[in-house]
Structures are given as C-alpha cells and as structure tokens.
Design a protein around this ligand. Structure first.
Ligand code: GLU
Length: 298
C-alpha cells in the first residue's frame, strides 16, 4: 500500500501565526500517526503580495517548531506552465468563459437586479456574491474581439456546463482526527461561476491547489474550516480535470480573545513575536494540544 501524503501549504504574504503553527503541526502529527509523508508547498502565485523574506521566515519558523519536510519544496511561482495546461484542458471541455467585469460592474448589476426584483441577491456568507452571469451571455464573437483588443479579462467556470460533467451527487471522503472516514456531498454550486484564472495572475488559488495536490500525490488534505467551502469547488475541479480527489479534514480555527480568527491581515501575533517573548517550541505544542513533538516518519 502506498503511504498517505500530507502537506502544509502556506502563502508567503506575511509572518506565520499560531493558527499556521496549529495547521502545520496537525499535518505533521497525522503523517506521523498514519505512517505517512509530510510535504511543504509554498503558495506564492500572487507575486505582488508574496515576498522572499516571508518565505525564508516560513522555513525558519517551521524548523524552529521542530518540523521536517521533504525536499524539494514545491514553489507555485515556478509552475505556471502546469496551471496553464490545466486551464487549457478546462477550456477544451467548454467549461470556462472569459469575464471582463470589474468588481464595480458586478456590484452595479446586482444592485439593479435587486431593485428590479425587490429581493435580496443570494449570498453565501462565506463567499463573494454569486456572479450575475453578464459575460456568459455575450454575443457570439464579442469575447474574442475584446480579448484581441487587449481588454483585461478573467476566466470563470461555467457551473451549468460543469454540472453535465460531474456526477450527481458529487461525493468525497472526509476523515476525523482518528482517521475515521465518512462520505459527504460537495455543493460547488454555491460558488456560482467562480473565477478560475484571475485578471492579473494566469491562474487562481483554486486551480493551482487542485493541480498541485494531484502532482504531489497528496492523499490527505488537512486545512482550516475557513477553506471548507473551497473543498466543494476543488472536488468539482478534480472531476473536470480527471484528477484524483484526496480525503479532507477541516480543522477548527484558532481565535483571538475577541473571537475573531487569527489572521495576518488582523496583525495577530506572529510566531516570531512569540519566540521573541521567550516562548519555546514545547510551549507551543502544549498550548496547541500536541503532547509531544511530531516527528513524521520518512
Ligand atoms: N495557501 C493557503 C493559505 O495559506 C492554504 C491552502 C490549502 O491548504 O489548501 O491559507
């Protein structure tokens, strides 16, 4: 039997905080308990926000925590060709369309539709409002003309077209801390026509993560509950791209005393700051509920 493969996949757009430490330790702990492998992936497709010093700090913080990972580390910024190939595959299947809308265009269209219908636009509290479909309905030839004229555009998934490719119900496996598995249903429709290739970057988080999990042979994805909705979309993308679907575990999020989830953007205390205040790795493992230092088997 092949070994289970786990990964921790941070983005180098800030210093790691306690929530990242928890996710990394949990992955390593699973790998240890399941006799699996532990990989690290640097998710740096957003080259405007990611910085080399943050990447260096990730290696430093994780090593300080006592983690070991396999080399080489996959850095997404070195693999745009893989994401382009996956996108071409989706395009070949007719499940994407170009979108020229700005955020403002979308907000205005939604406001108009709400005014016309007198009803609130459907929205999932965790997600951006559903795309109203403006660019799905362009006249034949118009999209090609606007692309040829150099107009900035993203690419969106055509949920209705994807539906025809995906089994109904769309199922995947979830596992708990003890490795007990259950089959659950994914609900990717709640995303509407999600952006799959961004205007300013020739891929997206969703596309790259799905491609990389497959290329790295990830069998078990362990990540926070804030990405639970993303899993629904990822399972659909895996189906559309003929990629295997890993098993998923979504862990609870660490919160600050006000109840907000820890976040780089909220200036939650970084591991570096905790270290400077005298915290030891052992303090953090204990504080995060790990009795011993996870030492993944190699
Ligand atoms: N790069 C993502 C983050 O830092 C995690 C992606 C994932 O685990 O799938 O939040």
């Amino acid at each position: 039997m092949t070994k289970p493969v786990f990964r921790f996949a941070p983005s180098p757009n800030g210093r790691l905080h306690l929530g990242h430490a928890y996710s990394a330790l949990l992955n390593a702990d699973f790998a240890h308990r399941f006799g699996g492998r532990f990989l690290l992936r640097i998710e740096d497709i957003d080259i405007t926000r990611c910085r080399p010093e943050f990447e260096a700090a990730i290696y430093d913080d994780l090593a300080w925590l006592g983690l070991h990972w396999e080399a080489p580390v996959r850095r997404q910024s070195e693999h745009f060709a893989d994401y382009r190939a996956a996108f071409q595959r989706l395009k070949g299947r007719g499940v994407v369309y170009p979108c020229f809308c700005t955020r403002k265009d979308i907000a205005e269209t939604i406001a108009c539709r709400e005014a016309e219908s007198g009803e609130a636009w459907p929205r999932d509290p965790d997600l951006a409002p559903l795309y109203p479909g403006t660019c799905r309905a362009l006249q034949a030839g118009e999209a090609e003309r606007r692309i040829a004229a150099g107009e900035p555009h993203a690419w969106r998934l055509d949920m209705a077209a994807l539906d025809t490719l995906a089994p109904d119900p769309l199922l995947f496996r979830r596992f708990d801390r003890d490795g007990q598995e259950e089959v659950v249903t994914a609900h990717p429709r709640r995303w509407g026509d999600a952006v799959i290739v961004r205007k300013e970057i020739p891929t997206s988080y969703h596309l790259s993560v799905v491609v990389d999990d497959a290329l790295q042979g990830i069998t078990h994805v362990v990540r926070g509950q804030d990405l639970e909705a993303a899993t629904d979309l990822h399972v659909l993308l895996q189906t559309a791209l003929d990629l295997p679907t890993p098993r998923y575990h979504h862990h609870g999020l660490l919160r600050d005393p006000e109840g907000d989830k820890l976040a780089k953007s909220r200036r939650s205390k970084s591991l570096a700051e905790l270290r400077a205040e005298g915290a030891t790795p052992q303090d953090l493992w204990r504080r995060l509920g790990f009795g011993r230092q996870p030492t993944p088997s190699t």
